[in-house]
Design a binder for this molecule. Sequence first.
Ligand code: C2E
Ligand code: CA
Ligand code: CA
Length: 547
Amino acid sequence: MTSQAVPTQAFSRNVSLMRSKVSRYAVVGVFIAIAAIIVATLLSDFLTHSSITLAGLYTTQKTNSVLWILDGLPFIFAFWGQYVSSLIAYETSAMVTEQTEELRSQTEDLERKMMHDSTHDLLTGLPNRSLLVDRMQQAIVVAHRSDQPLALLILDLDHFKEINDTLGHYQGDLLLQQVGLRLQNALLPTDTIARLGGDEFAIFLSTLAHSDDLKIILTKIKKVFAPPFVLKENMPLNVKCSIGIVIYPTHGKDADTLMQRADIAMYVAKNSQRDFLYYSSKFDQHSSERLTLMAELSQAIANDELVTYFQPKINTATMEVTGMEVLVRWQHDKLGLLLPDQFIPLAERTGLMAPLTIWVLQSTCRTLEQWQKEGLSIKASVNIAVQILLDPELPEILTGLLASVDLPENSLMLEITETSVMKDPDLALAVLHRLREIGIEISIDDFGTGYSSLSYLGEMPVSEVKIDKSFVLEMLNRKKDGVIVKATIDLAHNLGLKVVAEGVETREVARKLGSLGCDTLQGYLFSRPVSATDFKQWLVKFNAINA
Ligand code: C2E
Ligand code: CA
Ligand code: CA
């Protein structure tokens, strides 16, 4: 039975119900009229002849003209009842039909909207994952018959999390909308552009004459990201993306496999800082390794499989070692010594940054305590992830840790990034003020790479700024880098802060930094990050040379 047949039947039932109701009232009217005629005839006969007889009744009916009018009443009632019931039935059915039509069109609109919403992304209006997979499955059936290639590209924006954290979700959403719009304008309507969630987009090409045509598409995507995106207060933002590419049927014969492999290719492209990569079966090992590592990391923290390495910080003027940065490594039983880049992103994604940071702090305190017993006191700078910086308990955790090993508060310095402060400036500032009160110094790490404004720097209770190594490494060859380094040193000094340059690899750079007034140097020129034992040996040698 169709959905329309049901309401039509229901109307006719309702209409006849109405009609029979009206007719019933008309029948009652007819009976009342007949009763009135009988009573009037009897009364008239009695009043005229003082008795009631059959002949008298007949004469009364024949001669009394008022009764004739009364006699017409049942017919009038019967006709009127029929007429009114038809009229009401007609009007009601017209009204009900009209309202039902309206209701039906509203329901259809709602169904259409629900259908659209379940297959589209609400933020960008682009097709979502399920619609994309649907279209891929249909295209695969056709392509299988016609021997045509298909292509799927997965795009992931670089540093979107930082943009979101720094500028806020509203600006992050605006950026996603702009990316969606630009992609739609650049590509053909026959290409499906979908948003898979977060900052991940997909482009599915079902009308690829030859896989070489992909070059044209990649050039178009490059152009999409070339002009800066304008978000907050006309601030232009350069955004890039990493792309993973798969071709049907070469890299997979079904939608799920293609999606999975494009995702793996995208991930490898991002990690190797390539704009795009075609899937290769070599990547599979990489991705399963990543999953295994993620599962193992929490155990590694609990089982003390992490190791702290140290890199010296040297006073530019006196060549004295003023402190050291603590850099974590993972001594993996099968994969060897892993660098932070290989597991910190995993820790961030699995919520392990807090236990990892606490582990590093505890291990550092133990090392400092041991060295102090041996007569060596040195200040340690520990990198603090945002998750723990924004923990209001941080000052208490630190005083507790230091007290347990009998070390003064100024044995520790914390390196935080601008980005982590910008995530929640009020809370971060409150925590930083508490830390300063108890004597723990703060350094702003990776200075110059964040998106935040310099105006915050003046307000923050920090004592040191670390110029990011990306500006220091090539400062003698890239004029712009040199300018940034000089400007940062001047700005920090004007605010009464000390300046550290990290990534100092050559004497020339060290000399230049000295002439610019940079206070402290850190880099491979002096030492790479090394284990505690190696650090102590290095220190003895370095001090002997500079004595
Ligand atoms: P970072 O805080 O900017 O650390 C400095 C990085 O620069 C270190 O890399 C260091 O080995 C490297 N480096 C030092 N001198 C030079 C040089 O002269 N040339 C070059 N090219 N590089 C130099 P590493 O140890 O791989 O650490 C990478 C990042 O991982 C760190 O960057 C930091 O953000 C993070 N990280 C390391 N340990 C920890 C930790 O315990 N906690 C947290 N939250 N993050 C950590
Ligand atoms: Ca650091
Ligand atoms: Ca840095």
